[in-house]
Design a protein around this ligand. Structure first.
Ligand code: T46
Length: 135
């Protein structure tokens, strides 16, 4: 599975760091929604779903977390531990987020507004859905 992990340019100087994310540049779509996840309790796993259309870029701006990506055939685990790195997740990818450090802040840039109908929350249904996309 191709993993799209971006390293963003840092505009650092003696005052500290600054990272810029703009639509169609660092983020490969028009950003319609931003949300963030933090204060995740120990051993908690989140996600367990895929999206029919949504594309997202995940940035762990503080602390660390891991993301499991699953395209129905292969699985990969990506560590996010750097505020100048972003992970692109396309549609049709099952994701699970885990191993959050207690100080982790995961910011997500999304290509669409929130729509529960875009979620596939059942793993068996996800496998059937990706299989159907081939035809
Ligand atoms: C994803 C991963 C990375 C809203 O009302 N609006 C929103 O924009 C979002 C994202 C969530 N919600 C509500 C829906 C649930 O009642 O917030 C609650 C928690 O959402 P969820 O259980 O889906 O959270 P995660 O962490 O499992 O998944 C989220 C995103 O939902 C999902 O799209 O890819 O983060």
């Amino acid at each position: 599975m191709e993993i799209k992990k971006y390293t963003f340019q840092m505009h650092g100087d003696e005052r500290g760091q600054l990272v810029v994310l703009e639509k169609d540049k660092e983020i490969p779509f028009e950003i319609k929604r931003v949300y963030y996840i933090y204060d995740v309790k120990e051993n908690v796993k989140r996600g367990f779903h895929a999206h029919k259309s949504l594309e997202q870029v995940l940035v762990c701006v503080h602390g660390t977390c891991k993301i499991l990506l699953d395209n129905g055939k292969e699985k990969e685990i990506v560590l996010l531990n750097n505020p100048n790195e972003g992970l692109f997740i396309s549609n049709h990818i099952w994701r699970e987020m885990f191993d959050f450090s207690s100080d982790a802040v995961l910011v997500v840039f999304a290509s669409e507004l929130y729509d529960e109908k875009d979620y596939i929350r059942d793993y068996k249904e996800f496998l059937e859905y990706v299989e159907k996309q081939k035809f």
